[in-house]
Design a protein around this ligand. Sequence first.
Ligand SMILES: C[S@@+](CC[C@H](N)C(=O)[O-])C[C@H]1O[C@@H](n2cnc3c(N)ncnc32)[C@H](O)[C@@H]1O
Length: 244
Amino acid sequence: MSILENVAHLLEDEEIPFLKKVHNLVFSQRGVVVYAGAASDIEHAVLLGSNLVFFDTHLPKENVSEIIKKVEGFGVVEDVRTEKSKEAWKMWKTIVEFRVKNITFRLVYYAEDATNIGLKWFPELENGIHAYFVKVPFPKEQKAGSLREPKFFSRVLRMINVGGFYLERECPISFQIPVEELGFEKVASGYISALSVHDAKGNLYRKVKEVENLEELVLLDWMMASDKFEPVEFEIGESPEDIT
Ligand SMILES: C[S@@+](CC[C@H](N)C(=O)[O-])C[C@H]1O[C@@H](n2cnc3c(N)ncnc32)[C@H](O)[C@@H]1O
């Protein structure tokens, strides 16, 4: 029996085939799973691993409460605590520990701008990232940076360990440059549900090697794409229809 069966009631039937593949390839009890712009989407994250680090600036208290409510429906909540990190940045984080079947999960929820990853010190990310997940990064709060901004994006791709994964919907790994040139290979593609007006697939990439000039390539790719179209970015309070 896999974790997928426990969370199936929170998922759409149509996304199960893709999620099965993703779960089989990615799930780790040791590696760190980073979910940027997670909101309260615990049901997809638990398929990737048991060591979870979420970032979202929008309504963190509401999202954590919603996560606890969902977890109570598929597992056992063992501890919830909020603490100020000891490191120089003194960031508040909420830690939720829970069990599903015989697996212990630990979720660290930062009400922080995810684009601070690699700039500020997050102790959980000290040994790199096993899986980096972004599902529909817009709308975002005005104060939060763009998850597809090339400097941040190349920094976080660099932090993924070789053999680790990038899972995304609507946050493409590249626009023009072949993913192989960025040191990744596409391993699966399919439907993953999201609150979005765009009809986009989910894509899973595995990191196969480090690429020295990754930042340069990600920036070049971004510039080549911006030449042809303006990437659509909108903020909480706006709707995609407001952006013309
Ligand atoms: C459309 S929601 C998607 C939520 C979730 N990924 C899902 O699929 O259910 C986009 C979320 O990304 C968050 N977000 C966007 N940019 C962010 C950033 N730089 N740092 C933290 N959160 C961000 C927003 O606050 C919002 O909650």
